[in-house]
Ligand binder design. Structure first.
Ligand code: NAD
Length: 425
């Protein structure tokens, strides 16, 4: 196994990093070539992907180090513009690695497609008919997408839900449960629900209105956990036991308070989204599902749970809906996505789901550890200083010098950077 513990990677220049990852066996010649040239999605291709394309919009592509998940090392590809995210994930993963790494699991890969049935004359009779003919509906769905069946996936079940609209009308909603294997499955499911809708109309006596997947994928969950001895959390003057208590207290606030919960969860999604974007996944779908899942008790709460066990260890858990794909949609179209997949070296979408959730938990740990000790600004602004120098117009060769000076002066502002660049008056 190639180690994801790569000390000093951040101190190398970009080409040095590529060389180091190549030498360690993480990147192939082609991957290095593609990243070295900054080879992005080309605009001719982009023009074929969306309507009215004008060009290509690029973002930084980096890797978080130190991740060990289910006893396997991973370098995590992250696409993100926020300066501190990669550093914080790597820092937290290093602590968890020393504690044995993350344990991750998933509950399977069943996605849901919905058919909304209106004007159903007898809801109970319609439900009975649909249930009675469930296998036939599954057959219709699978006939509409035989390729998914050949891959070992396909429709698996039918459910009937009664939904009371705000105006008091009761609707029937048919749920088709589909195993989409290594694809997110949106298009597959949409094809299937459109195929079963006419039969559902006949069985229910109603009229099919919406026929589309649900992004609330509560049959496709992934979870990650970690248990960290207090001494691994000692940070400067802060004793590890103090850090454990601080993180548990911070977690309790995020469980009980909406204002804190949203910020807490934004931090989780910093890591989740960065990996989803790098791997070409539909991050809007997972954002929507994650926040809905955080509200499943009827109140919006923190996505993670942090507790202290009897031995004084910090125990963290995160479970999220994670309908990621390794194939499908536009995943194969971006050269950066290809490198991200090569770095992860995954063969199943379920494994990617577990990696993403572990990154979300690490990201939350990194933020909470900083927040309950020296505060988030020290590390954040030190990294932000480089963006500030760039915004002030510093040429690339000057950015590190200007950023260092800004941090030293404690004045990380564009005006301060401009002053430094202008030199003595
Ligand atoms: P897709 O339409 O590309 O279908 C996946 C394809 O990959 C299928 O043809 C399947 O046969 C093939 N395939 C090859 N190997 C496979 C494997 N091992 N496992 C599974 N399939 C395999 O993609 P999709 O996943 O059906 O749809 C995803 C796209 O749909 C995304 O781009 C998403 O943004 C978009 N979308 C989302 C929504 C929504 O979230 N509400 C709605 C519509 C479309």
């Amino acid at each position: 196994m190639v180690s994801s513990r790569i000390p000093g990677l951040h101190q190398l220049d970009r080409m040095g990093r590529l060389q180091r990852l190549h030498d360690a066996g993480w990147l192939s010649d082609a991957d290095v070539e593609s990243l070295a040239d900054g080879r992005a999605l080309d605009s001719t291709r982009a023009d074929k992907i969306i309507e009215n394309a004008l060009g290509v919009y690029a973002l930084p592509f980096g890797v978080a180090t130190n991740f060990r998940i289910n006893a396997r090392d991973y370098l995590i590809p992250m696409v993100i513009e926020e300066p501190s995210v990669v550093a914080s994930a790597s820092h937290a993963a290093r602590i968890v690695r020393a504690a044995g790494g993350f344990a991750a699991s998933s509950t399977g890969r069943l996605m849901v497609g919905q058919v909304q049935l209106l004007e159903v004359p007898d809801l109970e009779a319609a439900e009975r008919e649909i249930r009675l003919h469930g296998d036939a509906l599954i057959g219709l769905a699978n006939d509409a997408h035989p390729a998914m069946v050949r891959r070992g996936g396909g429709a698996r079940g039918v459910e009937v839900h009664h939904v009371l609209a705000d105006d008091g009308e009761e609707m029937l909603v048919l749920h088709l449960l589909v195993d989409t294997r290594d694809a997110m499955g949106a298009n597959t499911i949409n094809t299937m629900v459109e195929a079963v809708a006419p039969a559902a109309e006949i069985l229910s006596g109603g009229r099919a209105c919406l026929r589309i997947l649900s992004n609330y994928t509560d049959h496709c969950l992934a979870g990650a956990s970690c248990t960290i001895a207090a001494d691994l959390l000692t940070s400067g003057d802060y004793d590890g036991r103090q850090v454990v208590d601080g993180i548990v207290a911070a977690g309790r606030l995020a469980e009980a308070d909406l204002h804190r919960a949203v910020t807490h969860n934004k931090g989780v999604m910093n890591g989740v989204d960065a990996v989803l974007i790098a791997t070409g996944n539909d991050w809007r779908a997972i954002e929507a599902a994650a926040h809905a899942y955080a509200s499943r008790s009827g109140r919006y709460r923190s996505m993670t749970a942090w507790r202290k066990d009897e031995a004084g260890n910090l125990v963290g858990n995160l479970e999220l809906p994670m309908p990621v794909g390794l194939v499908g949609g536009s995943i194969g179209l971006n050269p950066g996505t290809r490198v991200a997949h090569a770095l992860l070296g995954l063969s199943r979408a379920e494994e990617l789901a577990q990696v993403v959730v572990a990154v979300g938990l690490a990201q939350n740990l990194g933020a909470l550890k900083a927040l309950v000790t020296h505060g988030i600004q020290r590390g954040h602004m030190a990294l932000q200083a480089r963006s500030v120098a760039l915004l002030a117009g510093a040429p690339s060769a000057e950015v590190d010098r200007v950023a260092k000076e800004l941090v030293k002066r404690g004045d990380i502002t564009v005006a301060g950077a401009r002053e430094l660049l202008a030199g003595p008056a």
